[in-house]
Design a protein around this ligand. Structure first.
Ligand code: PLP
Length: 359
């Protein structure tokens, strides 16, 4: 068996220590005589799995008691619809469009009400994140929506917008668990699990209690946050196995020292790659420096053919999934929590050699 360095933007690498526990638990989960995949979600043994996962996430992210944690399905994409269905009390919301996903979120919300795009990074091709002052937000908006880390463009918010009393809602799919977050600054945070938490199939929603109970009449029952909260994410069958893996990942990160420790590790890891890109005469980073993502590092050579050749040779050398998103081209190295520092060091070494051969 040999594991390669997988720079996929998602689904992405999981910690090897977690995969080993999952492998050991596979046929007989701790004396239950069955796999977690085969269990009733109503059984006491599974009840402990989901409750422990929630407790670990609360500890890891320091989630205040007046927030509910929901384990749902449908990806971040279903939240693009669930957010307006639940939170558009009067039918108006502000959106900052800082990339493709926030654009999709805004477009989906338009089905349900009036969407005010407060700022967009489109005219700079999303290489930076709009800095929006408090005065720019509508005072009567039901919420303000942002995408905290732009997975496709490799940019990230370096500030939390001040929206006053208007709840701030953030898609943190590719940011969550990479660094500490002051949850109390947000009305709601959501994230698809397959970037930095668990296998695909799980979406985590962290929502302030006072925002529950306002879902539109035509909101599907599954997507009503209050229904899900009142039923402990078990109105129907939850994504049992991804929740179990997420719990293992949360405990793994707690063992590593929590999110402060992860931030330090991630800053160091990303710096190795960005420092190289800044000094390279062949590769150029695409994101504006102060908005660079620690999780998704985008770069180009400036020559599409050479980019293609680079990705092909890198894959052959054991560095896979470096191709940029199909809509932007170039390269993207996604270096989530589970990417070992050694993977980044070795990638840089490979890039140095490639540069020497192509000068
Ligand atoms: C990947 C991603 C999405 C889409 O997630 P799905 O789980 O495929 O719906 C949305 N937002 C962000 C920021 C992402 O990185």
């Amino acid at each position: 068996m040999s594991r390669i360095y997988n720079f996929s933007a998602g689904p992405s690498m999981l910690p090897e220590a977690v995969l080993k526990i999952a492998a050991a638990d596979m046929l007989d989960y701790r004396g239950s005589g069955m796999s977690v995949m085969e269990m009733s979600h109503r059984s006491p043994v599974y009840d402990k799995i989901i409750k422990d996962a929630e407790a670990s996430l609360r500890k890891l992210m320091n989630i205040p008691d007046n927030y509910k944690v929901l384990f749902l399905q449908g990806g971040a994409t279903l939240q693009f619809s669930a957010v307006p269905l639940n939170l558009m009390k009067t039918g108006k919301a502000d959106y900052i469009v800082s990339g493709q996903f926030s654009g999709k979120a805004a477009k989906e919300a338009e089905r349900y009400g009036t969407v005010n795009v407060v700022a967009s990074g489109k005219d700079v091709n999303f290489v930076s994140v709009p800095v929006v002052p408090k005065e720019a937000f509508s005072e009567d908006a039901d919420y303000v929506h942002i995408c905290y880390n732009n997975t496709i463009y490799g940019t990230t918010f370096n500030y939390i917008p001040d929206t006053g009393d208007v709840p701030l809602v953030a898609d943190m799919s590719s940011y969550i668990l990479s660094a500490p977050v002051d949850v109390s600054r947000f009305g709601m945070i959501y994230a698809g699990a397959q970037k930095n938490m668990a296998p695909a199939g799980l979406t985590v929603v962290i929502v302030r209690e006072d925002l529950l109970g306002f879902a539109r009449q035509d909101c599907p029952v599954y997507m009503d946050y209050k229904v899900q909260a009142d039923n402990g994410s078990m109105y129907n069958t939850p994504p049992c196995y991804p929740i179990y893996i997420a719990g293992l990942v949360y405990d793994h990160l707690l063992n590593l020292g929590g999110l402060e420790a992860m931030q330090k590790i991630n800053e160091k890891k990303a710096a190795v790659l960005y420092d190289f890109l800044d000094s390279s005469s062949l590769f150029k980073p695409t994101a504006v420096k102060e908005f660079r993502s620690l999780m998704n590092v985008c770069f180009v050579t400036g020559d599409a053919e050479l980019d293609k050749q680079f990705c092909a040779e890198a894959a052959e050398a054991g560095f896979v999934n470096l191709k940029g998103h199909r809509s932007v081209g170039g390269m993207r190295a996604s270096i989530y929590n589970a990417m070992p520092a050694e993977g980044v060091d070795k990638l840089v070494e490979f890039m140095e050699n490639f540069e020497r051969a192509h000068k």
